[in-house]
Ligand binder design. Structure first.
Ligand code: PLP
Length: 823
């Protein structure tokens, strides 16, 4: 490639013509990568294109900051342990409005943007839905021109990479920043010093007031790394601020001076461990000290940053909550409540009442789970060792809170015990959800059903005390990533039909409705779906060596592997179909390809067994000449955002089959429907609202409702043996796990499933829902066999999915909780 020397850099960066982009690209090949005349690899091309893109974003970021400052705008800080960003290049090019030009520019130079984009590694700084939600929110905030900033951890290792070994999941480290990331801007000048550990000295001040002093702490240094977030239309660039932990050289010096060289080095290593790795469980895991330190570390860094920014504006702290909103993405960052109190009381000398007034008006809390085992709690002794002053602050918050509870409900010690931030018992624990609710002015669930169950089943006492605090914000996903970028074929077709307003206003997709039965539109729609399925078929072949038929019905369940998500129910249905063919001589209505993907937490034995079972079933079924033309089963390894972007546009059927009352919302369900898959699902989470939107004839619902399940639990009226005895099809499926049908080489391997389901009560109601699920699948197959009918339904799913744009979600948060607006 020729190199061109560039004279006017600033002018170049605002030049979005193909010539301008070419110059910018070549400039970076030479001056950022130091290449001149050598062979240019795809990775080099990726790095140069990214730098070219980043230049444009930085200029816009400076402009955006000035706009907000001039308006003295209120800011939203979104605190989250996880941001599942995936790849950035394609998204940034689309949002900057230079995607097509960049494609052309590279083509002219003999390169291919598609290939270049493939060399970007995912930023997998999250486990699943919660982290991906945060990423979608950042996209929407920037697109809406709102001052919204993400705060999190710059994990050196993201979520593990999943590999398969003899059908078992194995985990490999994801050293995603090995070669650095072009999207992160290090800001050592904005470093924060964070004290941790130590003890309290119970002193009094000059006036004789109790004046506790936090002594003997270690210092952590938090170095921010900013990832610019460009909104669609390139008007606004916000940023995601991710902190890396470093040890403090100053403090180490003290130990050095004491002559303990090894202690100093150990201390240094320990500090740098804090941002080393993301915890790979998508629910809470008790008692890990490092995890508590991580939570504290990034929250404390965020608060330093937020208060510093506020102080620069020269206003008094009494106005803090008028200029700052802080959203807690689950309880992980809830230490921020204690930290802000500590700053105001200890450092700014505010009275407790004044500090509490500000704190409570600043914070808002999002709950993400209904699973009791996922509720975060920390043992008091551990807490005291790591954060002695924060524990004191929490005790004082709790003392005042319980006094209020006692005044509302005098003589009700049970209620005080239930509501206390501190759980009594042999091991005292800090309940982070209680701290979050007490310290916030808003508590929201993430789908209508979830918010209702929170109020009526989970935290009823709190709802009784503060009904006005509770609200719902149904989750959403960004159509820019999940339709425009992931499914360019469909995006183009839509834009040709109804224009491109849907990119910033997903309700405009409604304009597609009149074309749902149009034969030409249907045929174009089907052709695109087929292309997407061919693309996925290629990925499946590359990663599993199984060949699948793109003309078959693609039935996909892609999400974390979890008992409550019931991959096992899906498996049971597949086994049922297999046995109907080989034992009863039946034929399927339509050939099917069952596609699974998802990671299991490394310590989650049952989930890992499911993966092995799926792989074993795939081997048996795919190699059985009696069924191989009718059913294929594949497990696609290493589910992640970039794989989701290939899988979701290729789906005909989307499996959303959690036990009713267990899935808070789900967002995978929204992405699939947005890409024209029909949902087969339970009345759980946002499935209920998806049904309301797309119409009940365009979704396939089955199974027990949440209320029915609550009732059966309460009355202990569910006995899986009843279903086993009465239903021969269910019995046959269950017995297959008790034999070695799917584990000839590992005898007895899946017998535990038979036992757990039948003898341990089937906690997730698989057998209670199985027949209903089988029936639902038959309905789905009969409809799929009529392409015009199916395509109509698929198109209507796309047309009516507008509500589930994260733009709508963010507008509601902005108006009803944050009181921020676009600038
Ligand atoms: C959307 C998404 C999820 C969440 O899927 P659910 O079906 O809502 O659990 C998890 N992982 C990735 C990579 C995603 O993109």
């Amino acid at each position: 490639m020729p190199t061109i020397i560039v004279e006017d850099l600033a002018k170049l960066r605002s030049n979005s013509s193909i010539e301008g982009l070419t110059q910018s690209f070549l400039h970076h090949l030479k001056y950022s990568l130091g290449l001149n005349g050598q062979e240019v690899t795809t990775l080099d091309q990726y790095l140069a294109v990214s730098q070219m893109t980043r230049d444009r974003m930085i200029d816009l970021m400076v402009e955006t900051e000035k706009r907000y400052a001039d308006a003295n705008a209120k800011r939203l800080c979104y605190l989250s342990m996880e941001f599942l960003m995936g790849r950035s290049l394609g998204n940034n090019l689309h949002n900057l409005g230079i995607f097509d030009q960049t494609q052309e520019m590279l083509k002219n130079l003999g390169a291919d943007l598609e290939e270049v984009r493939e060399s970007e590694v995912d930023a997998a700084l999250g486990n699943g839905g919660l982290g991906r939600l945060a990423a979608c929110f950042l996209d929407s905030l920037a697109t809406l021109g709102m001052p919204g900033y993400g705060y999190g951890i710059n994990y050196e290792y993201g979520l593990f990479k999943q590999e398969m070994s003899n059908g078992h999941q194995t985990e490999k480290p994801d050293h995603w920043q090995e070669d650095g990331s072009p999207w992160l801007i290090e800001r050592p000048d904005e470093a924060c010093l964070i004290p941790v550990y130590g003890y309290i000295e119970h002193a009094t001040d000059r006036t004789g007031e109790y004046n506790p002093m936090w002594m003997g702490w270690n210092i952590l240094v938090g170095i921010p790394h900013d990832m610019p977030i460009v909104g669609y239309g390139a008007k606004t660039v916000n940023y995601l601020r991710l902190y890396s932990a470093q040890s403090s050289s100053d403090f180490d010096m003290e130990i050095f001076n004491e002559g303990d060289y090894f202690k100093a080095v150990e201390q240094k290593i320990k500090s740098e461990t804090i941002s080393k790795v993301l915890y790979p469980k998508d629910s809470f895991e008790a008692g890990r000290e490092l995890r508590l330190v991580q939570e504290y570390f990034f929250t404390a860094c965020a608060l330093r940053d937020i208060t510093r920014t506020f102080e620069r504006s020269g206003q008094s702290y009494d106005h803090f909550h008028e200029k700052t909103a802080i959203q807690l993405n689950d309880t992980h960052p809830s230490l921020a409540i204690a930290e802000l109190m500590r700053i105001l009381v200890d450092e700014k000398q505010f009275t407790w009442e004044r500090a509490w007034h500000i704190t409570q008006r600043t914070f808002a809390f999002t709950n993400h789970t209904l699973l009791p085992e996922a509720m975060e709690k920390w043992p008091v002794p551990l807490f005291e060792r790591v954060l002695p002053r924060h524990l004191q602050v929490i005790f004082e918050i709790n003392r005042r809170f319980l006094k209020k509870v006692a005044s509302i409900w005098p003589g009700d010690p049970d209620r005080q015990a239930r509501m206390s931030i501190i759980e009594e018992g042999p091991q005292k624990q800090v309940r982070m959800a209680h701290l979050s609710m007490v310290g916030s002015h808003s508590v929201n669930g993430v789908a209508e059903l979830h918010s209702k169950l929170l109020k009526t089943k989970v935290v009823t006492d709190f709802h009784e005390m503060w009904p006005e605090r509770f609200n719902n914000k149904t989750n959403g996903v960004t159509q820019r990533r999940w339709l425009l970028k992931a499914n360019p074929g469909l995006a183009d077709l839509i834009t040709k039909k109804i224009g491109d307003d849907w990119i910033v206003d997903a309700t405009k997709l409604k304009d597609l409705e009149p074309f749902a039965e149009d034969p030409d539109f249907q045929s174009a729609f089907r052709k695109i779906k087929l292309r997407n399925k061919e693309k996925l078929a290629q990925v499946i072949y590359d990663t599993t060596r199984y060949r699948v038929d793109p003309e078959s019905l693609f039935d996909i369940q892609a999400k974390r592997i979890h008992e409550y998500k019931r991959q096992l129910l899906n498996i049971m249905h597949i086994v049922h179909q297999y046995l109907c063919i080989v034992e009863d001589g039946e034929d399927l209505v339509v050939p099917r390809t069952y596609i699974f993907a998802g990671k299991a937490a490394p310590g989650y034995w049952a989930a890992k067994q499911y993966i092995k079972l799926i792989n074993n079933i795939a081997k048996v079924i795919n190699n059985d000449p009696r069924t191989r033309d009718q059913i294929r089963v594949v497990f696609v390894p290493n589910y992640r955002v970039s794989l989701a972007e290939v899988m979701i546009p290729a789906a005909d059927l989307s499996e959303q089959i959690s036990t009713a009352g267990k899935e808070a919302s789900g967002t995978g369900n929204m992405k699939f429907a947005m890409n024209g898959a029909l949902t087969i699902g339970t009345l759980d989470g946002a499935n209920i609202e998806i049904r309301e939107e797309v119409g009940e004839e365009n979704i396939i619902i089955f199974g027990l409702k949440a209320e029915e399940i609550y009732h059966m639990r309460a009355t202990q009226s569910y006995d899986p043996w009843d279903f086993f005895r009465r239903n021969t099809r269910i019995r046959r499926v269950m017995e297959s796990f008790n034999t070695d049908l799917f584990c000839a080489e590992e005898p007895g391997m899946f017998r535990w499933i038979f036992q757990t389901i039948l003898d341990q009560g089937d906690e997730y109601f698989h057998l209670a829902d199985l027949q209903s699920y089988i029936d639902a699948h038959r309905r789905a197959a009969r409809e799929y066999a009529r392409p015009d009918l199916w395509t109509r339904k698929a198109i209507l799913n796309v047309a009516r999915i507008g509500k589930f744009s994260s733009d709508r979600t963010i507008k509601q948060y902005a108006e009803e909780i944050w009181n921020i607006k676009g600038h």
